[in-house]
Design a protein around this ligand. Sequence first.
Ligand code: AMP
Ligand code: GLY
Length: 426
Amino acid sequence: MNVLVIGSGGREHALAWTLSSSPLLGTLYCAPGNGGMADIAACLDIDPLDFEGILAACRTYDIGFVVVGPEQPLAAGLVDRLSEAGVKSFGPTARAAQLEASKTFTHELCARHNIPAAAYEKFTDADRAKTYLAGLPAPYVIKADGLAAGTGEVIAQDVQTAQGAVDEMFAGAFGDAGREIVIEEFLTGEEASFFVLTDGKSFLPLATAQDHKRAGTRDTGPNTGGMGAYSPAPVLTHALCDTVLTRIIRPTIDAMAAEGRPYTGVLYAGLMITAEGPKLIEYNARFGDPECQVLMMRLKSDLLPALIATADGTLEDIALDWREESALTVVMASKGYPGTYEKGGRIGNLTEAAGATGARVFHAGTARKGDQITAIGGRVLNVTGLGQTVAQAARQAYGAVDLIDWPEGFCRRDIGWRAIEREKNL
Ligand code: AMP
Ligand code: GLY
């Protein structure tokens, strides 16, 4: 079967790499792909939001299955459009992707179905939002309702900053995503990500992971798309995983089905492990990036039949095996990210770095011309190691990072720090 992966990030490179070893695979295509995906798939120069272009490619290349990586085409209805045209695909419909695309939708669903999440209020008016904030204790959590590439929220320590953020959101700082805003209770605890495949009825837990969203050491500084991740996340014990499945995941899948928008695809729960137990911070309708990279490093089974069974409603028949080892990925980004940065820097020594250390390098914002790889985005490489412990996986990943020749890039040096401190205390 010919398969098309939609997207161009490290997540999609990791998915493509995993799918490329499936015995069921004919030819692998990606749209638009990146410099690393070009090694293992035929890259088609089609925008993920160009639905008619994607459909035409499906016909031209006899594509039997489409795996949609990013949230924008899901929220815009790519899966709906493909299904109308008779092309099977992996991912939720637009109505189901509302779980990620609208924070108020998800809050209201959680409230209706008694799913533990942060308390919230929604606002369409700046003055009312600011008055409400004035009556709350610090810190303050303010979020644009819609999709904002993981940066649509502000956590403010004082009420003036919080009220300023409200004004900026209503003034269009996040475009249409900020027409409606949500003010949430600030949750304290440790964060973790939990992933399940679901066909709308049954679900299959994947693995746990933890990512590092902030640009600076010890998770400080501005929010980013994610600067690194590791799996498993030791904070999510078996008992906590059971609680997450019974209190959060199962009721969500049932509620979506009961409300006429069955959810199929991967459901990614961003959780806070609070003193009162796990609470939902957000849902995403796709794999995490860079969490997907560490999940794929640990997956032993063939991914393709699991994704097809998710689309077909036969997930009950699938089981997946995982490596016991830990995986850890370090994001190398262009200096300046998540602010402004230069493009076009040449990256050298990639093959040597991976060869010498056994680490795997997934590409994100790269382009290939002949043998030369250049940086064309903010997050550029995901250098990924595997080890008996998180500390060992980190040593392998950083060993490769240190061999890569890219003066215009930077990375955090402390990915996995919480888990590594836990391991020291064992
Ligand atoms: P989100 O925009 O929902 O993806 O949130 C981004 C990050 O902001 C999360 O990963 C948390 O670190 C933090 N965050 C979001 N909501 C809350 C909350 N209610 N309480 C504490 N931290 C939060
Ligand atoms: N790593 C965070 C995300 O994919 O949203």
